[in-house]
Design a binder for this molecule. Structure first.
Ligand code: FE2
Length: 277
């Protein structure tokens, strides 16, 4: 059972018919100096959890958030779960929510809509961009965050023309027609099957050329796309869990790992991006 939810998952839940209790559990002092809560949230002081937690009926579904989705959220989530309440917290807290809100109105998302990418595709784009930015900010080497954001938001542009392995190539073609910069086009073109080397291109039905990643930003975009797939498939309890266990999760799920060579490329990226020896 997932213990967290991403801002995009929460947004979809809030627009669905399932009743959801939205709790602001920021500490009193953080709430006073922090920004406004999410619409519809009620504040519950985490310092007095034992007083109010018993009033939340077992079986109800709760989404909660604090400032950054750290210790406060985790302790409230654990306490509610132990009482039989299905509670999840926003990973990254209200900061991540605000970032996703900003991403969802990014001109690149409007461009997706104008090109015929539906709401689902737009949600996925925002989800991948949110994750990619988290991964990018954690790198020791400098990363071009603007390129990561644009590459992630636009990575599936080609799906309006092609949903198979060619959607990277067709997406880059479409992007070129639209005048997008070359580094963004490279993120789009190379994300499919995670940076395919020239020798393997024909085997995937791709025009023969090298799709290996030329920079960290391209790698991060494609890696974040796979993390989003893992979360969407419910195979990890949080983004942190997906990042910790990516090789084992992919190895156990051929639908996500695709083939041995693709799996190998993901594991290489996991080592690089998660700083594993
Ligand atoms: Fe894709």
């Amino acid at each position: 059972m997932a213990k967290t939810l991403t801002p995009e998952e929460l947004k979809q839940k809030l627009t669905s018919a399932t009743p959801l209790l939205l709790l602001d559990v920021r500490r009193a002092e953080d709430r006073d100096k922090g920004g406004p809560a999410l619409t519809g949230a009620t504040w519950h002081d985490p310092a007095h959890m034992e007083v109010w937690a018993k009033d939340i009926p077992a079986g109800s579904e709760v989404a909660l958030f604090c400032v950054r989705g750290g210790g406060v959220s985790q302790s409230v989530q654990a306490a509610l779960e132990s009482r039989g309440v299905e509670a999840r917290y926003i990973e990254g807290g209200i900061a991540a929510w605000n970032e996703a809100e900003a991403l969802s109105v990014d001109p690149d998302v409007q461009l997706l809509g104008a090109q015929g990418v539906g709401e689902r595709g737009q949600h996925h784009a925002v989800q991948v961009a949110s994750i990619a930015l988290v991964v990018a900010r954690g790198q020791k080497e400098p990363v071009d965050l603007e390129l990561v954001r644009r590459g992630a938001l636009l990575h599936d542009l080609g799906k309006v023309r092609d949903t198979g392995n060619l959607h990277g190539v067709t997406g880059a073609e479409l992007g070129r027609e639209l005048g997008l910069p070359e580094p963004v086009l490279a993120c789009i073109e190379r994300h499919v099957r995670h940076g395919v080397p020239e020798a393997e291109a024909a085997g995937y039905g791709l025009p023969v050329r090298d799709y290996a990643f030329a920079c960290l930003e391209e790698r991060i975009v494609s890696y974040a796309d796979k993390l989003a797939d893992i979360l969407e498939a419910g195979l990890a309890e949080s983004l942190a869990d997906a990042r910790a266990r990516l090789p084992e999760i992919l190895a156990a799920n051929p639908a996500l790992s695709k083939d041995a060579a693709t799996l190998g490329r993901y594991v290489t990226s996991w080592r690089m991006l998660e700083d594993k020896a």
